[in-house]
Ligand binder design. Sequence first.
Ligand code: SF4
Length: 644
Amino acid sequence: MTDLHDAAALLGADGPFAREVPGFAPRATQQQMAAAVADAIDHRAALVVEAGTGTGKTFAYLVPALLSGKRVIVSTGTRNLQDQLFHRDLPRVLSILGVQANVALLKGRANYLCKYRLRQTVESGQFKSRAQAEDLQRIREWAERTRTGDRAELAEVPEGSPLWPRVTSTAENCLGVECPFYDECFVFQARRRAQEADLIVVNHHLLLSDLALKRDGYGAILPEADAYILDEAHQLPELAGQYFSVGISSRQLKELAADTLAECAGQPGALALLQPALEGVNDAVRKTRLAFDALPRRGAFAQLEADAGAADALEGLGNTLADLAAVLAGQAERSKGLASVHARTVVLDQRLQRVTGSADEEEVRWYEISDRGFELSATPLDLAPQLQKLRDATDAAWIHASATLSVAGRFDHFTRPMGLVDPVTLDLGSPFDYAHQALCYLPQGLPDPNAADYTVRVIDAVRPVLEASKGRAFLLFTSHRALKLAAELLADAPWPLFVQGTAPRHQLLSDFRDSGNGVLLGAASFWEGVDVAGDALSCVVIDKLPFASPDDPVLQARLDAVRRAGGNPFRDWQIPAAAIALKQGAGRLIRDVRDRGVLVLCDPRLTTRGYGKMFLASLPPMRRTRELAEARRFFARSSETMAP
Ligand code: SF4
């Protein structure tokens, strides 16, 4: 059995981390978290930990996980974090602990080169541009030398290249054991390595795909484990909704038609038989997309059903899919590839029938249209029972960690949708000295956020703060419209502006850091996962409380469900969700013990509405002011401190 104090002691002042990691500061909260994680692993318990920025939570879970001698799966929020954990943090912890452990990195199959599809793509010889042909050449050369097939190794071919979907696989188009490349397949090699590993690093998307497969009884991707550690766990309730949905998209249908066509090669007569049915599917996809033109971009299924043109188009689509399935049934025995596309057609036909079929009280059916396609989904409203059942079946420890899980000291907004009943909860706060390092400024005199001139007034209120901070600020917006207007209003500002959408995110961030006095304007994706420590960022401005859009059909259905169950949707769902999002945004400000900065919260509802208190109580304990002069003094003192 693990000595529970070991992990904490190793991270203490006399431990090897303090000796070997340059700049390592022993933190009581990190040791406390390590002890709690060790305890949860030992007792196969559920643990929910909020560990503020600066706690060092990665070491706090890796150390007890590696000391436990048990099989542990660690899941991160994104592939970048996954790579960072596996290639940077894990080797470091292993070496400091002197532990020999078999560790593996496993991503979703779309991240690995598929040799079968690469061969098909090369043989097809069809490319839309010269750039694509060049990208394919790069992929072919890399395919000869790579040992993992992980496309992260080949940065030269952009992530968004249309070639990647043609040379990687999906669960639907993979031939599995029937594939001529099965023994040397990168996907299955990575999975085999994971089967043998003591510690496996995955991401939430893969973990949830695995859970969804297990729920449906279709097998598993991941091996069984004694403990699951979920970092950035606040993302899980929303993501789980996506993975536990049933859906069908125009992209899947077009890929099915293209793959079926490719499988006709070398099968005499197949093309002549299948071509009319394939054209029927492609034509029906086009007509369906056109018929959706009159509808809002995203909405509840009822809107779609009320539109006669859209409903007819969907019926036509169902008929063509059934026709294709019937023709393919007669060809399936001719090759493994044709058998596979037949099986896919049947599954897609079933999904279409399921989504367009009768409504279920427990789920919300919705559609989304993009410029080129559409997606139809049925999303369960309450995932708690399913998640609880899946966790119970593992008989493992489930550890959930994030900097933002609680709202005003309570965890139920997270634990309820996750189906966690009475887990151990731990609110560690942050080791930063917020009272001295930060100031929260709530400008006076701003109008209601719905006022037509709201953004203009926000920028007027923020300008003097930016003058005092000498730029070095993030301006975070809740809508792209406000972001665009703010960028126009600040076009004559004396600081370099970095506006979301004008360059790739990593480029904007690196230019912002280098500028030293930049102002970055961002919406959605800049509210979390952005880390700018040091003087380049000394001010974070938030225009409005980040309430989710009430137009979202899934949110609407969830709120209705809360109402039906006798709850108050605003109090029980919208406020906690917005408070978590606000915490994420505000969390960009202080990233290091030496950082100092001002958080500017413009939304007047924080002081005029009763619920404002709950938002403020969810933020780190920083001093608050309504006086601009106080914010100016804070910056003046900061520059004195910074002066050599
Ligand atoms: S087994 Fe599947 S993923 Fe692997 S090479 Fe074959 S088709 Fe591609």
